[in-house]
Ligand binder design. Structure first.
Ligand code: HEM
Length: 485
């Protein structure tokens, strides 16, 4: 039998044959790799892969992970959910912000929440929001740019994309109209405050959670925002409950049912959840799920939109091809988009897939082992964490027939690359819960924009791209002319 002390030593050395940089005290590799000075994570993991091969060690502060960067590794990890479960690091970090949100949960509680939340964002549930997405795009981007005058250089695209996606997700989730809300409305300010602090805490993940806990506890602006949001959510839930009760009294209620997220969620309210095995969510849990949906749903999707605009400004021929497809289906700037029409547009799907593959939006994801395992001769023990290099797979020259370092949407039309999966939303049982919603929003917004205008490159430093690491990796310098067709 191995003594406790020997076991601890053994556990930290069982994969000592895996290469990596000798870590620094407390900081791990965060300083050496450049992460603390803002080097984007995709770049760090791509450099390490080049130096150490497909499997290497990395330390997020005191948290050590073994990184896997080959397609067969990734497929194996995602397929073995009973071994590779949700990452400890992700649970710890997200518990600070939305302790009852899906992303912080594991085990029976995760399953109970997943039963309510996962169907919520499936394609059939999100397509009724076409008009909401369309109207928000018209009001927050097109009308604004038009009012600024034709061919005005837009330098604030990222914030505008974020405002748009925040507006869409809050309309869908809260039934709260951000676009008509005063910029000084308490709810609007509270959402912004909550989101900004969420981003800060995520960027601190890897450092001891006590720092983040204290930061949040003594951050009065954040605490005040939480109070406002809880009160608003309580109000919404109360009103929604009263409405649903009334609705039940009306005959033929099915036809008049509203479809916003809150109305669906309120139907799942069950204050007697008691044990973890019962159905439904409590009010407190429901609030966390709403807040999580807002944060998870807006920063990610707005980053993809920003990259789309950047790439369009750089590849006029691709924009032209999108517009040709619109013409082919008789879509003009006056055409109201319908879901049937959107289904016919295939090229824009290829462009969006290529944006998701080519732009380093999400560098990778993590899993923690719940039992011992081995991958490619590397011994892993229960409690170890693995990093899955999603972006490295997207750029793996062994995998893609057309050069993966080129932006080529045509690869998804009719080439050997056509059926290669895109990993930007992760994979397996903890893949992104909102991917159908995100894909839908992006297709509607991008089609709507292409119906009306062409993005032109500013041709100078202002539109030179680069990378800015937040929760996702954004284009650092983005400035385009919006030329109305
Ligand atoms: C383009 C936009 C988006 C991207 C790139 C993205 C990406 C991701 C990734 C990489 C993960 C982790 C997956 C894994 O570990 O395998 C994730 C998880 C998650 N995402 Fe998204 N996401 C996007 C949009 C959304 C939207 C719109 C929502 C909801 C409104 C959402 C809700 C979630 C939730 C709840 C999880 C946690 C799932 C779990 O832990 O089981 N995401 N997302």
């Amino acid at each position: 039998m191995i003594s406790k002390r020997r076991r601890a030593f053994h556990a930290s050395n069982h994969n000592s044959n895996v290469p990596g940089v000798e870590p620094q005290f407390l900081l791990g590799n965060l300083l050496q790799s450049g992460a603390l000075s803002g080097k984007p994570y995709f770049q760090i993991f791509s450099d390490y892969q080049e130096k150490y091969g497909d499997i290497f060690k990395y330390r997020f502060g005191p948290h050590s992970v073994v990184a896997f960067n080959r397609l067969d590794h990734v497929q194996y990890i995602f397929a073995h959910r009973h071994i590779y479960d949700h990452a400890k690091l992700a649970s710890e970090t997200f518990s600070l912000l939305t302790p009852n949100g899906l992303i912080a949960l594991t085990g029976a509680k995760f399953k109970r929440h997943a039963r309510v939340m996962l169907p919520m964002f499936k394609k059939s549930k999100v397509v009724p929001y076409l008009e909401t997405v369309n109207d928000c795009t018209d009001e927050l981007l097109l009308q604004k740019w038009r009012a600024d005058g034709n061919e005005k250089l837009q330098t604030d695209i990222i914030r505008q994309c974020q405002d748009l996606l925040l507006c869409i997700i809050t309309s869908i989730a809260f039934d709260y109209d951000l676009k008509t809300a005063e910029s000084s409305s308490p709810v609007r300010l509270a959402i912004k405050e909550f989101v900004d602090n969420f981003v800060k805490i995520l960027l601190l993940s890897g450092t001891p959670t006590i720092f983040s806990r204290l930061y949040l506890k003594f951050n009065w602006k954040y605490q005040k925002a939480l109070v406002v949001l809880r009160k608003e959510a309580d109000d919404i839930i109360r009103k929604e409950r009263a409405r649903q009760e009334k609705e039940q009294e009306i005959e033929n209620a099915i036809n008049t049912k509203r479809r916003n997220l809150i109305s669906l969620l309120v139907s799942s309210l069950n204050e007697d959840v008691g044990g973890d095995y019962k159905q439904g969510l409590t009010c407190e849990e429901l609030l966390d799920e709403i807040l999580l949906s807002i944060v998870a749903g807006f920063e990610t999707t707005s980053t993809v939109l920003a990259w789309f605009i950047f790439h369009m400004s750089k590849y006029p021929a691709i924009q032209e091809k999108i517009k040709e497809e619109l013409k082919l289906h008789n879509v003009t700037k006056k055409t109201s988009l319908t879901n049937e029409l959107l289904d016919k547009l295939e090229y824009i799907d290829c462009v969006l897939k290529e944006v998701l593959r080519f732009s380093p939006i999400m560098d990778g994801t993590l899993r923690t082992l719940v039992e011992d395992d081995q991958i490619d001769g590397v011994q892993l023990r229960k409690g170890d964490s693995v990093y899955i290099g999603l972006n490295n797979i997207h750029r793996d020259k062994r995998l893609w027939k057309l050069d993966p370092d080129q932006f080529l949407p045509e690869r998804f039309l009719d080439t050997d690359d056509k059926n290669q999966p895109i990993w930007t939303f992760g994979g397996g049982h903890r893949a992104c819960a909102g991917q159908d919603l995100a894909r839908f929003e992006l297709k509607v917004i991008c089609t709507r924009l292409m119906q009306s205008l062409t993005f032109l490159d500013s041709g100078d430093e202002q539109n030179s791209g680069g990378f800015l690491q937040r929760i996702t990796c954004l284009p650092k310098r983005l400035a385009v002319y919006c030329k109305f067709d």
